[in-house]
Write a protein that binds this ligand. Structure first.
Ligand code: ATP
Ligand code: MG
Length: 422
């Protein structure tokens, strides 16, 4: 991608109307734009990151056998009355049509997926299955001050599983935990599996929490065996012994990047979602639900992977794999040579299937190009200038030292990217 052809949303300063680091840096680096509190546009760089996160999530959720669907954001009031959540879900956005009918904008989709699943469930033979979507959710959040960590409109992967008994749900639930752990590993986040309040039907739900100073949740956890609980439900305090291994627990702040629940019959009951069992008896379907805020995940990576110059993306979700920068020379002839060389390197990289952002802009100084490159945070940077001659300067975003290398070195680095199997 030629950088000269991408509208430059990068700003010289951090925005003044944001409190959270993720929003400040993502806006300044041209990844997102704020429309109003809790509502953001995803710009060319930001959408590339979000799409990559979504495709990692899709990959791992497909791997446990779930099927992708896309359900409507616009929901009829009746479905939300059926579960009682029309009046109890405080963050529910409600809208009225011109003929005075009321609707909800989906904050989660049990009210849609349960009646949908009924159309494919008759007997025990139709179970189990999982349906999921990656879709825009709406929540009337009272405090939308944490950038994309807490949107009023945000992207979520929500999976719902349907079973004939609790044992089968347990099996699926364990598979979902492993899929979630793979997802966090692929985006290079350390996520703790945390026991949290589970509502009425099971003792605990499980949250996945990334430790971060800017997190909104308080977690007590054990550094040794990774036992962790959300302190909202837990009476243990900082310094108490871990109930699993006895090591003193510590208190930390966390960002909730996922939450999974054993719903049992919580939603199948109000919709009478039933199946005929082997013995001919009609029973309620047992359910689980599993959410990951994919836009929040992007914010969590921004919070955890940066330095004072800007973002440092893990290669799995970086907007590009390589930032190729051509430095302008005042000498016209030299400048022509530099850009010819850079163009050649650019097409060679493209041929290898590498995603390259090519800073081919003629009106930016070296200082401006470097500062913007650090801010954007692509994992590797190549510089071609009058100084580098026929060689190339190579520097990783997370390392201080640059190297002067031949193209063969770059080729090797690129085949490394392509062979990276996570
Ligand atoms: P929180 O406690 O942070 O408000 P929640 O427990 O209400 O979140 P869930 O209903 O469990 O959220 O939603 C599943 C996942 O969706 C969460 O784990 C989180 O990753 C994400 N999520 C929830 N609310 C938001 C939001 N307002 N903006 C971005 N992501 C969100
Ligand atoms: Mg939650």
């Amino acid at each position: 991608m030629f950088q000269s052809q991408i509208p430059n949303f990068i700003r010289k300063e951090f925005p003044k109307d944001e409190e959270s680091y993720n929003a400040k840096v993502l806006i300044r680096a041209g990844f997102i734009d704020k429309l109003m509190a809790g509502v953001y546009s995803y710009l060319p760089f930001g959408l590339r990151v979000l799409n990559k996160i979504n495709s990692i999530v899709r990959d791992e959720i497909n791997a446990i056998g779930a099927q992708e669907v896309l359900m409507p954001a616009l929901n009829p009031k009746e479905n939300w009355q059926q579960t009682g959540r029309w009046s109890t879900f405080e963050a529910l956005f409600k809208i009225v049509s011109r003929d005075k009918k009321e609707f909800a904008l989906g904050p989660t989709h049990e009210e849609v997926v349960v009646p949908l699943a009924q159309k494919a469930i008759f007997s025990y033979k139709d179970l189990p299955f999982g349906l999921y979507q990656i879709q825009t959710k709406f929540r009337d959040e009272p405090r939308a001050k944490s950038g994309i960590l807490r949107g009023r409109e945000f992207m979520m992967k929500d999976l719902y599983s349907f079973h004939s008994d609790g044992e089968d749900l347990e099996k699926y639930y364990s598979k979902a935990i492993i899929a979630y752990q793979k997802i966090y590993k692929r985006v290079e986040l350390d996520a703790l599996l945390v026991e949290a309040s589970g509502g009425t039907f099971s003792k605990y739900s499980h949250e996945f929490q990334v430790l971060s100073e800017n997190g909104e949740d308080s977690i007590v956890y054990c550094k040794k065996c990774h036992f962790a609980q959300n302190s909202e439900i837990n009476s243990s305090k900082d310094g108490d012994s871990c109930p699993k291994c006895g090591t003193p627990l510590v208190l930390g702040k966390g960002i909730e990047v996922g939450n999974i629940f054993k719903l049992n019959t919580k939603y199948s009951d109000p919709f009478k979602l039933k199946f005929k069992d082997k013995d001919g008896e009609e029973k309620l379907v047992i359910m689980g639900c599993y959410g990951i805020g994919t836009s929040r995940l992007m914010g969590a990576v921004a919070e955890s992977s940066h330095d004072d110059r800007g973002l440092i993306w893990p290669s799995s979700i970086a907007p590009f794999e390589i930032h190729l920068i051509a430095l302008v020379s005042n000498d016209k002839k030299e400048n022509k040579k530099i850009f010819e060389r850079a163009n050649k390197v650019y097409s060679q990289l493209l041929k290898m299937g590498i995603e390259v952002l090519f800073d081919d802009r003629q009106d930016k100084s070296a200082g401006e190009k470097f500062a913007e490159s650090d801010l954007i945070g692509i994992p590797a940077r190549l510089i071609i200038s009058q100084k580098t001659g026929s060689k190339i300067e190579f520097k990783k975003r997370n390392e201080a030292e640059a190297k002067i290398v031949d193209f063969s070195f770059i080729k090797k680095y690129c085949s490394g990217i392509k062979n990276e199997v996570i």
